[in-house]
Design a protein around this ligand. Sequence first.
Ligand code: SF4
Length: 373
Amino acid sequence: MTGVYVHLPFCPYICPYCDFAKWPYKSSAARRYLQALHREIDAAPTSAGEHTVFLGGGTPNTYQAEEIEDLLARLRLKFPSIRETTIEVNPELVAAADLKTYVGAGVTRLSVGVQSFVSSEMRTLGRKHETQQVRSAVAAARSAGIRSVSLDLMFAVPGQTQQSWRQSIQEALALKPDHISVYGLTVEAGTPYAAWREREPAAFPDQDLEADLYEIAIDLLEQAGFEHYEISNFAQPGHHCAHNANYWANGEYAGFGVGASSFKNGVRSAHTRDLEIYLAAASAGLSIPQESERLEGAQRAGEAVMLALRTAQGLSFAALKERYGLEFLEYYAPIVEPYREAGLLEVDAAGARLTRRGRFVANDICATFITLP
Ligand code: SF4
């Protein structure tokens, strides 16, 4: 399977923690961007085989539903077999009629950027929607016939408490979504949040509180019947995100748009994040300036191990041996043993996976597998 990611970078407002390639929405810039994107997609070779499509951002639903419909029709000409199509939306811009158009255009998943149901936290995050708009968006998605509805929630937000985080999760569960993603807030260099933390570090939750909040999410969501199938992702049976599952299986993907990443034949690349440079190249039908890196041998294997360990299923030794010729327990012995002894990694004859405790330090553990030479 191959993933197809399309970046739609305009937003109705800019959140102070955000490090994505994004710009405030302006109609003229958005139209110009769409034309450039069409040109880039139209120039791509047709690809057989099964695909997933993910329209991410930015805020894709700053575009009209008919523009999304046209974009998906263009993608279908290049990628005729599409198993799953996701669109990310901001709840305040969701209109019931648009969702029907999306479904007619092939959308099967709606990923709603909620982040919090607590109004003080939403203000801190710079989000502008009301909780009622989330409820309406989910109800409209159901009546439009969208197959999977996913809600994004965020923890480790300044001012968040165990109680307020429980409230957000419970309100999310009350809407009976099919999928919930929970992300710990990361403070990225160069954002207004980075400057805030520099000035006032005590405003941000410490590591202990962050671990407690993550544990609360795991407990509440598992009790509600969600499978914790990846570090940040929980799904009802039959509602795993196939697009992201392909990333974690180290599958190939093609990215379109400013800042979009691709992975093909062992080469990972990322388009320029400079909007004007992207627009000039794509509009002229030229190749998009990008940075690329060929992953070789052990580096490729380390990346595959890191991604597989993010999932509940974990790493299959047989798959690693077949794809990269590596014996996991021999090659990674210096890393694996300490993790095993510390109760962070569970190993059996078929493979390895993080324990519940291991999931709390997943990023640190996973990172060690790509640093081994
Ligand atoms: S809406 Fe999403 S992409 Fe846009 S600024 Fe906020 S967090 Fe970033």
